[in-house]
Design a protein around this ligand. Structure first.
Ligand code: ZN
Length: 219
């Protein structure tokens, strides 16, 4: 049994998922939660009942976190993103490995470990993918989706939304071609088969529209 003030990892997972779907601007419905968590629809609806009973979720106007659910989600998301930073910056794991491992760490990091990581890392404001760390006071610059950027103009990558972190192979692709937060590039145009053509460090990279419609760059 979790100690008082602690929650079952499954509750944390669901609150985290609802928080991140909303953060990515994805409609928070049971089908999206089932996809993101890779569970069945009946499992999601059963868990929604339990989350409502725990006071973590409200179903009054669609699926939404209560104040208590939001606080829990922010704590878990903060630990996930700090762990990702630790795993990439200090342990030098790849992005994809760090994302996977952090999914486990987020449930076991205590407050004192969280504080020590934050200090060691110099109080980072984003995860390695550019997603804001709750409680860090991050001020995100104005962004547009890469696909909406003006062709011919330069941009700087700000954020790889969680939705892309969960799409198989995407983090590996982005890391391999160097589409990383902070990296500058230029949108050249669209190829015959609908891929975005992006210039990065003198190379031309083809970016799938699923990625181009989600990655956020400077406006
Ligand atoms: Zn991340």
């Amino acid at each position: 049994m979790p100690a008082p003030g602690e929650h079952h990892p499954a509750f944390e997972e669901y609150c985290d998922c609802i928080f991140e779907l909303a953060e990515d601007g994805v409609e928070v419905i049971q089908a999206r939660i089932a996809e993101r968590l890779d569970v069945s629809r009946p499992a999601v609806s059963e868990m929604m009942r339990r989350l409502v009973a725990e006071g973590l979720v409200s179903l009054e106007r669609g699926i939404a976190l209560t104040e208590q659910g939001d606080a829990l989600a922010q704590r878990v998301v903060r630990r996930h993103r700090l762990a990702e930073r630790f795993l990439t910056d200090i342990l030098k794991l790849s992005w994809a490995e760090a994302h996977h491992e952090a999914g486990k760490w987020e449930h076991v990091i205590s407050e004192s470990v969280e504080d020590a990581m934050d200090t060691l890392l110099g109080s980072p404001t984003t995860c390695p993918h550019g997603n804001p760390i709750p409680g860090s006071g991050y001020n995100e610059p104005a962004t547009v989706r890469l696909a909406d950027h003006v062709a011919g103009d330069g941009f700087s990558i700000i954020r790889i939304p969680e939705e892309l972190e969960f799409a198989p192979g995407t983090l590996e692709f982005l890391e391999e071609v160097g589409l990383l937060p902070g990296q500058s590039g230029r949108l050249i145009g669209v190829s015959g088969d609908g891929n975005l053509l992006v210039e990065l460090d003198g190379r031309t990279v083809e970016v799938d529209p699923f990625i181009g419609e989600r990655i956020l760059v400077t406006a």
